[in-house]
Design a protein around this ligand. Structure first.
Ligand code: ATP
Length: 586
């Protein structure tokens, strides 16, 4: 798989993982499974009584040893068993549905946990359509299976098993006749199943492609309009729709073979039992009652077999969806390494190479040492690789070659063990407020922080608006709650950083989008967070570089100059040129 393919899609769980996960879903609710099994077995037994009793009536009437009232009595018993089966099946279904809902709830939690645990670099790279399709369309498909298909197939399976056993007990020859359709069903199911997984996976992936094409068009609507890209975007969407159509036709073709063959396989045993049973009756080797019971059992068999087969497609489709859902968790499940404690807070970058696509390096041979408490400004033209270096320093992306170390420990290892967030934090223009209380929003960075610490961190950022919130720290923020303004969201982010107390901040144009008044307020908040920490600021305003202890100048993915503002202006190199042009002297 090329780096680009790897970048666009999440993995898909293999068949063994899907089997294990399905088994775990059943095992985790083992007691209700056992209850459902008992109810289903009792319902199936009750269902067998009717044909057997009707056969008895026929045999005894034929022998002439039965009164009308005895017939009435047996008929009443047939009715009672039918009613008992109805009630038992109803409860088996009810408990199966509840089991399905519980399993679904667990699955939904797993998907959300898996998606949240995806490393940022994976989320950045995979297609949004892929992740959205897995957590919506695929979960919906599995939900339909857990609610309806799985309980129905389970109950139908038990019924079919009981009917076959009953037919064999009735008469082995009739039993053999009942089996003639099975090889056909077996063959067509194997033929279908061998092709269906890939076909349905392709259908799911094609749906993801359409979602992605529509999503990117909607998000980039202005760009599409501004550059007259409508025709090109239409072409992309048409192509995605064509792929979906082709995938749909492929699965339809599979169904047009499966269903007619199984229909035929159902009718064959019934015809054979009537033929062989009739001949055996005429030869005197079988009672008329046995032929009647056998035919009724065959008639009873059609419904559960039809139900189970009608769901085969759904089961197959949801098997593919389940594999895609489990794939989300696989990324997060990759083993976490045990990590040793960094010796100090020193950051060392050596021989770092990085490429987004695998084709062209965005960073090449970058080396840098940042001592604790230092203020380093990273400057350079657009596209030089400054933000990429920031992402590598903060563990969002991992280098293709070389090392980024904190106190001698790889940032990658600290990121994998979840410890990086308390040491290095990247602050960008994005200030996300999570749906939840203000307290939750703050303590997610420092679970042990008490209310006083939370309020102190907010006060330090001059977040006076907190005092006006209706429920204080319990106020629910985000969609459906109190919506914060951009500047308030930024104060919240910075207060959260203050609470997490990392030794190093990577600032990537953190105040660029704010208006002048808010920017001044934000600057003060930023100054409060910055104090006593190592700060690596990716700077567009050269004033930041002027105020820093050292300046790193980047060009085309390399650090071309490194020194103090005074050293670099004296050196008369690229930085001096930038400085002159910024001061309007160039
Ligand atoms: N997610 C990405 N996928 C592919 N290429 C990317 C991605 N992000 C950045 N690049 C490319 O990597 C190069 C360096 O980008 P980067 O954002 O690190 O530069 P920068 O110096 O921070 O630029 P700016 O000052 O404009 O933000 C650019 O050529 C950019 O197009």
């Amino acid at each position: 798989m090329s780096r680009t393919d790897e970048a666009r899609t999440l993995p898909i769980a293999d068949a063994a993982t899907v089997r294990r996960a399905s088994w775990r879903l059943l095992k985790d609710d083992g007691r209700s499974m056992a209850g459902i099994l008992v109810l289903t077995c009792l319902a199936s037994l009750a269902g067998l009584a009717g044909p057997w009793l009707l056969g008895r009536i026929v045999t005894r009437i034929e022998a002439g040893d039965m009164t009308v009232s005895q017939v009435d009595g047996i008929a009443a018993a047939v009715l009672a068993f039918a009613l008992a089966q109805l009630v038992l099946i109803r409860y088996a279904r009810y408990f199966s549905h509840r089991f399905g809902e519980r399993a679904l709830a667990r699955l939904r939690e797993e998907v959300i946990d898996g998606a949240l645990a995806l490393p940022a670099r994976v989320v950045d790279r995979v297609s949004t359509g892929d992740l959205v399709t897995r957590s919506s369309l695929d979960v919906g498909t599995v939900a339909a299976t857990l609610r309806n298909a799985a309980p129905d197939v389970f109950i139908a399976g038990v019924q079919v098993l009981f009917i076959f056993v009953a037919v064999f007990l009735l008469d082995p020859l009739v039993g053999l006749c009942s089996l003639v359709g099975l090889p056909m069903v077996w063959w067509v199911s194997r033929w279908y199943l061998a092709r269906a997984r890939d076909a349905y996976l392709a259908e799911g992936a094609a749906a993801g492609g359409v979602a992605e094409a529509l999503n990117s068009t909607a998000h980039g609507a202005r760009t599409v309009e501004a550059f007259g890209l409508r025709r090109r975007q239409n072409g992309t969407i048409d192509k995605a729709v064509d792929t979906t159509y082709a995938a749909g036709v492929r699965t339809l073709r599979l169904r047009t073979v499966l269903f007619p063959v199984t229909e035929f396989a159902h009718s064959l045993p019934m015809a054979l039992i009537l033929l062989v049973g009739g001949l055996s009756y005429l030869n005197g080797t079988l009672t008329l009652g046995a032929v009647v019971s056998g035919s009724l059992y065959m008639w009873q068999l059609v419904d559960p077999l039809d139900r189970a087969l009608a769901w085969v497609e759904q089961l197959q489709r949801s098997g593919a969806s389940f594999a895609r859902i489990k794939g989300v968790g696989l990324v997060a499940e990759q083993p976490r390494s045990e990590v040793r404690k960094p010796e100090d807070d020193r950051i060392t970058v050596s021989g770092v190479r990085y490429s987004y696509t695998g084709a062209q390096d965005v960073l090449s041979d970058v080396g840098l040492q940042v001592r604790p408490g230092e203020r380093l400004a990273v400057v350079g033209p657009s596209g030089a690789g400054k933000s990429t270096l920031g992402r590598l320093l903060s563990g969002v992306d991992l280098p293709d070659a070389g090392d980024v170390l904190v106190g001698g420990v790889k940032v990658a290892d600290l990121a994998a063990s979840g410890e990086l967030g308390t040491r290095i934090v990247l602050i960008t223009q994005e200030h996300h407020v999570f749906i939840g209380t203000l307290r939750d929003n703050m303590t997610m960075a420092a679970p042990d922080a008490d209310d006083d610490a939370v309020l102190a961190a907010l006060a330090m950022m001059e977040a006076d608006w907190v005092r006006d919130l209706p429920d204080g720290l319990d106020t629910v923020l985000g969609a459906g709650g109190v919506e914060l303004e951009a500047s308030q969201a930024q104060q919240l982010t910075l207060a959260r950083v203050q609470l997490a107390d990392p030794h190093t901040l990577i600032l990537d144009e953190a105040t660029a989008l704010l208006d002048p008044t808010t920017a001044r307020q934000a600057e003060r908040a930023m100054a409060a967070v910055r104090s006593d920490r190592t700060v690596i600021a990716i700077a567009h305003r050269l004033q930041t570089a002027h105020d820093a202890d050292r300046v790193a100048v980047m060009e085309a993915g390399r650090i071309v100059e490194l020194g103090t503002h005074d050293e670099l202006t004296a050196a008369n190199g690229p930085y001096a040129a930038l400085w002159r042009s910024w001061n309007g002297e160039g």
